[in-house]
Design a protein. Structure first.
Length: 142
């Protein structure tokens, strides 16, 4: 049975020796670098979400979003944020997803990024985040 990220972290907390920990969870630890499609699929599975629901909440075009999940397309930084919103990720989880996807995390001192962080912190929808961005004169999440 595959262990979730949370289960692996719990096992890690309870084990003092890394080799012992590794022997009980090694089959669930990925050796190659994480790519955005794998990270997205892992998050969806860990959170017990359905891709269709995530995509609907993300505001992304359905066909394109499924190509992102299958690894056929590499999402832009904004698309990663949109998918994070669709999954209901926290600001910290979104920052981690951006890093895993090869993008810079949102920077609180950059005005547009700050607005996005505000939206993530307040759990705004993509539509509401775009309204905020529009009001502030920034490029929308598309």
């Amino acid at each position: 049975m595959k262990k979730t990220t949370g289960e692996l972290l719990e096992m890690m907390k309870k084990t003092d020796d890394y080799k012992t920990y590794l022997s009980s969870g090694a089959e669930d630890i990925v050796r190659e670098p994480m790519k955005s499609d794998r990270a997205l699929n892992a998050l969806v599975a860990d959170k017990g979400l359905k891709k269709a629901d995530v995509i609907a909440r993300s505001g992304m075009e359905v066909h394109y979003a499924y190509q992102v999940f299958s690894g056929l397309r590499v999402p832009t930084r904004d698309k990663v944020v949109m998918l994070a919103v669709g999954m209901g990720l926290s600001a910290d989880e979104t920052q981690d997803l951006l890093r895993i996807s090869g993008y810079a995390p949102l920077y609180a001192k950059a005005a547009r990024d700050n607005a996005l962080l505000f939206g993530l912190t307040k759990h705004l929808s993509v539509i509401d985040m775009n309204c905020l961005l529009y009001e502030l004169g920034f490029e929308l999440l598309t």
